[in-house]
Design a protein around this ligand. Sequence first.
Ligand code: EPZ
Length: 429
Amino acid sequence: MDRIRIRGGNKLNGTIHISGAKNAALPLMIASLLTDETLTLRNVPRLADVNLLLRILRNHGADMSMDGKRAGCSVMQGETVHLTAGEIVDTVAPYELVAKMRASFWVLGPLVARCHQARVSLPGGCAIGTRPVDLYLMALEKLGAKISLDGGYVVAEAPSGLIGDRIVFPKVSVGATHTTLMAAALAKGETVIENAAREPEVADVAQCLVKMGAKIAGIGSSTMTVQGVERLHGARHDVLPDRIETGTYAITAAMTGGDVTLAGARPELLDALNEVMRQAGAEVAASKDGMRVQRNGGLLHPISVETQPYPGFATDLQAQLMALMTKADGVSTIRETIFENRFMHVQELARLGADITLHGDTAHVRGVDRLVGAQVMATDLRASVSLVIAGLAAEGDTVLNRVYHLDRGFETLEEKLKACGADIERLSD
Ligand code: EPZ
């Protein structure tokens, strides 16, 4: 199993090209199930999760072709994927595939909308909390699907098709919003989604659905209105840049010090992080090709933050921010409000010398003068990269085990960091 070795101490200087967003690419690929025509997605990141979802979509009957690297493009500029679900040959999404990645559960919406039936295994995914699916099922029932549970599978049936309704989510859910939006696009009549997730990835998917012929108003707001159409058609769409990858490298540059340009980034999608970074003592600014982060000497200041749905501070950046605060000059407070078990990185950061105490959903991080390299273990995607950030600021060698978590969500991480001066390498046994 691959490991990553990091020797800390180098400042980062240079340019990192931001990839297409994993959390937009996955639902965009799933949207291909809504039409028998071709959906072409550009800037799809090369990630293990994307490959797994391609397997799942092929299982439903989608044909896939991929354009390789284009002339003049760097390897960082993802791939173009053409997906054609001419005919859905199987409406079952089996346990073996769905258990590995929670987002694959989202095929439920398009399958029941287009085929009027679906049988999808209850999901797996990163171990960051219980992650129920009640909101998805509530929404599909509201749209007229009959839902039952059978042997670990959700069975959804709507023999005469889905019918629009008013859906009020009691809690913001990204996945339930994606699923409902896709289902409502092909339902009869009007669907109003209230308390919808406002994450930029949801807006990106909605914009792609509009290109496919869907009628959606209120994109980017917490109330979206969908007028169902009989069929959707093919489209071409560019996946938006990954704001979590952007934020991760911004935090990394703040941790090591240096001057890094995040090419292709959209800083306006990271207002909450950028505010916190400035409070911590980093310089963050929009630049002509994306975003620039600098920190040259000076102490890191402690911060107080709680995770919130967008536009609040993203739970997907909580572990990385915690790594940064391990070196701050004082005590930071980080409260996790989205997932109840998203502190798996705490004990691993402690192996590097971090001083963190947990009180329920809140971590108190007392900054230390030095971190010292150690063997650590990746537990989930964002926890893994927080250990890379800490390792880059630790003395000596840090070896990260279970690297497959990182490969799910960060495209060519070692190459990108190495190009900016990090001493990092992958060890393959
Ligand atoms: C998406 O997960 C992201 N995944 C997650 O990123 C991200 O952390 C999360 O949104 C929050 O921003 C993808 O986009 C592929 P939710 P999702 O439904 O949709 C509760 C990463 O590292 N909830 O918005 O699964 C749930 O338990 C991943 O890239 C219910 O109670 O998250 C949580 O407390 C990890 N019932 C809250 O809502 C439901 O039916 C928000 O979860 C559904 C969710």
